[in-house]
Design a protein around this ligand. Structure first.
Ligand code: PRX
Length: 634
């Protein structure tokens, strides 16, 4: 393993659950639940009983073709039916399913019954566009109800959705759209960002020039951006026109438990982004169970996951998890500090949010403005807070705990990934908490910290985070790339365990402290950004011959990108070129790629086989020992 520069935080504070939390909790006895989770098949089959199945499964877990695990084999079920229709036949029929609000103070509410009709109409419309079971629909949309409706419409008819985060730009978008073989693209006239409208249709138009598979483009008129569609091309249509006149009854597709559900792309350290493929029943069981237990969801809750639906957090916990539990999910389009740093707290007060799930980067960002803003609002509706995406610094944890939770609401720091689909290492509301750690593996999850040989490391020592037994919401493969699936995740550590790509330590209580990625993947504001994607974006600029990027710590973003570039002859790195490069990379990748310093170099450290040794650049940058340089070429 590469030189371990991480320091185990000397964090000794422990926060115990209060009486009220324990009284309400679905899981009141942690040890007993862990004990139940030992019998994987029994545990997860009990959890699967919460859904309506068209046909029950034969076998809970099929391990005959490791690492291609199957869950609930031969079961027949539909996610959209369980997330929407199921509630329409109960007293939740007129309960608000989706509560949308935005930075302009506008709101939209959809009850379960209204959602049902919208999803059915869109499902029929997609069928009319030629979408069948197994086809892929790409979406490049803001956080708006039409995104949720479209996703649910896809899963209703068995089509896969591939949502591309609306903060990604042309290059990243093209790569994802082409790899997924999407037939239809759903996009919008724009999204609101800090008082401005970002023209998504314009970005989509540019991306479409490089895509050959798209047969129809559906445009949601969301932001009042006066765009025109090229009706002449015959493939563009406004969303409202498309669904106009469609019947609000569309038969549900009976999906096999293992039928593909959706694709979601995530960055890897090398090559193109990875198309993470999730399948139907296991994903449903995993997300619903974890949301219910980790955030203790009850009927009266107003759940707000601030994560964008373009990422797995939004898929699992802004839409599918909450709707599968019949809860109200709040969807917010806007930044945490716009129009002022109290924007989020105002929303909590206005709507009475009970559970708030967010990211460390947002908390660090809001912390800068001090405690004044949360103190201006009545936040007493909040019962549980949560965090995901990167290590939660103890300072940020304490700030949130004191100023937002008023020392009453526990903070669920949840560790998981696009690939895991669901929370894996996380507390339950009854757990004793320590600021900075997601605590222990959840019931039914076998996670550990091991060395290169797969042997557990002693407490306090760094090692690789692995998952030793399969879990229901696990991804099933990388789309069109089984070899990469096996190589990246299953062949790295002996013993057939899942290699998460993170470095971690356990403390003497077994609590797991995540230290960061072990590969060349950057974590910028909780978003995975592949070094290779950024480097390719640089190299596609006419002035750049070669490039290497590393992550540099940043107090707000977690990491920013430090770039080392070799320029073509005749080019000089001056302010103008730097600006130009920044613009270029942003055009290719979008604002997710937060560029820090760009440095011109003559040479990059490489292995004899020509691989860039980013580790050396990192060590040099941090003024540390270069470590083992025996494979260095020069
Ligand atoms: O490095 C870990 C970090 O985010 C990575 C997964 O990124 P992604 O697939 O984009 O999913 C993010 C949302 C689920 C992990 O490999 N990470 C995620 N949650 C935590 C975390 N690091 C520390 N603490 C967490 N709670």
């Amino acid at each position: 393993m590469s030189k371990d520069t991480s320091v185990l935080l000397d964090e000794k504070r422990v926060f115990k659950a209060n009486y009220r939390i324990v009284e309400e909790a679905h899981v009141k006895n942690w040890e007993a639940e862990i004990e139940k989770g030992q019998d994987l098949e029994k545990y997860w089959s009990e959890k699967a009983e919460q859904f309506e199945w068209f046909e029950k499964w034969d076998k809970v877990l099929d391990e005959s073709k490791k690492p291609f695990y199957k869950w609930f084999t031969n079961g027949k079920i539909n996610l959209s039916y369980n997330a929407v229709d199921r509630w329409v036949f109960t007293d939740k029929r007129n309960k608000v399913a989706i509560l949308y609000a935005n930075e302009n103070g506008e709101e939209r509410k959809l009850t379960y019954y209204e959602l049902y009709r919208e999803v059915n109409k869109m499902a029929n419309a997609l069928k009319n566009l030629g979408i069948k079971k197994g086809d892929t629909v790409s979406m490049y949309l803001p956080m708006c109800p039409e995104l949720l409706i479209s996703m649910l419409a896809c899963t209703r008819i068995g089509a896969l959705h591939s949502v591309v985060y609306s903060g990604l730009s042309v290059g990243a978008f093209v790569e994802r759209m082409n790899d997924s073989n999407a037939k239809v693209l759903i996009t919008a006239d724009g999204t609101y960002r800090r008082g401005k409208i970002i023209d998504l249709k314009k970005i989509a138009d540019e991306a479409l020039l490089q895509c050959s598979t798209i047969e129809a483009v559906v445009v949601v008129q969301h932001a009042g951006n006066p765009i025109t569609i090229s009706e002449l091309s015959g493939r563009e249509i406004f969303y409202d026109t498309l669904i106009d006149g469609e019947s609000d009854e569309c038969p549900v597709e009976e999906m096999d438990a293992e039928d593909p559900l959706f694709l979601l792309y995530t960055s890897g350290s090398t090559g193109k982004p990875k198309g993470v493929l999730h399948t139907t029943a296991g994903y449903m069981v995993g997300v619903a169970t974890t949301l219910k237990n980790v955030f203790d969801i009850h009927d009266g809750d107003l759940w707000w996951c601030t994560g964008d639906i373009g990422w797995i957090t939004g898929h699992s916990y802004a839409i599918y998890g909450p709707l599968l539990l019949g809860t109200t999910t709040m969807i917010y389009e806007g930044a945490p500090d716009y129009p002022d740093p109290g924007a989020w707290w105002k929303i909590v007060e206005k709507y009475g949010v009970t559970k708030l799930y967010t990211a460390p980067t947002a908390i660090r960002h809001l912390m800068r403005y001090g405690s004044k803003h949360p103190n201006l609002y009545n936040l007493s509706s909040l019962k549980i807070l949560g965090s995901v995406g990167e290590p939660m610094n103890p300072e940020a944890w304490m700030w949130l705990y004191k100023n937002v939770g008023k020392e009453k609401t526990p903070i669920m720091d949840t560790w998981w990934q696009t690939e895991t689909g669901m929370h894996m290492i996380a507390p339950l509301p009854i757990s004793p908490l320590k600021p900075g750690t997601p605590t222990l593996p959840l019931p039914g999850i076998d996670a550990d910290v091991v060395d290169e040989n797969g042997d557990p490391v002693a407490p306090g020592k760094g090692g690789y985070l692995v998952i030793k037994k399969p879990w229901p919401a696990m991804f099933r493969t990388l789309y069109k790339d089984e070899k990469r699936y096996i190589d990246v995740y299953w062949n790295k550590i002996p013993g057939g365990v899942y290699h998460a790509g993170d470095i971690a330590r356990k403390d003497e209580d077994g609590y797991i402290w995540i230290q960061g990625r072990s590969d060349d993947v950057l974590n910028i504001a909780g978003h995975r950004v592949g070094t290779s994607e950024v480097e390719s974006a640089f190299v596609s600029h006419p002035a750049v011959v070669e490039c290497a990027v590393i992550g540099k710590s940043d107090p707000i973003k977690g990491q920013v990108i430090k770039s080392f570039i070799i320029l073509k002859e005749g080019y000089q790195l001056n302010t103008k070129l730097i600006e130009n490069l920044q613009k270029h990379v942003r055009y290719e990748l979008g604002p997710v790629a937060v560029l820090g310093e760009i440095q011109q170099v003559d040479k990059l450290p490489k292995t004899r086989s020509g691989k860039i040794m980013r580790r050396i650049l990192r060590a040099q940058e941090e003024g540390e020992d270069l470590g083992d340089t025996s494979t260095l070429e020069d």
